[in-house]
Design a protein around this ligand. Sequence first.
Ligand code: ZN
Length: 137
Amino acid sequence: MAGEYKKPLPVPSEDSGPFWEACRRHELCLQRCEACGRFRFPPAILCPECHSLAFQWAPVSGRGKVWSFVVFHRAYHPGFAEELPYTVAWIELEEGARVISNVVGCRPDEVRCDMSVEVGFEDVTPEVTLPKFRPRG
Ligand SMILES: [Zn+2]
């Protein structure tokens, strides 16, 4: 049965599947290179820093800061029309990796670069949970 959710949903791939499975458990997990120790996002087969194929999925704190962001005032997909305006941001996690997400829990005009944020999880369908960031402190 089709749900109420009107926006596009992520389609987990072989690389990104464990990321989305962790989100369903309300955990933020990223790939961590076993050679150089760096966390990376988006999921990929090899480390963009040292090109090692060795990695493990590891939990991260979910804390970080806004590195850059844009505010959408126009819906490029009808599913987003009710949410305008909304914020899409690069979040730089304490572990160093940057993830792309929404900043929620404040107005778009309150979002600033370097603002402290932390992850929360939105169960949008029975199968899909999205990580979103909100102001911290
Ligand atoms: Zn590496």
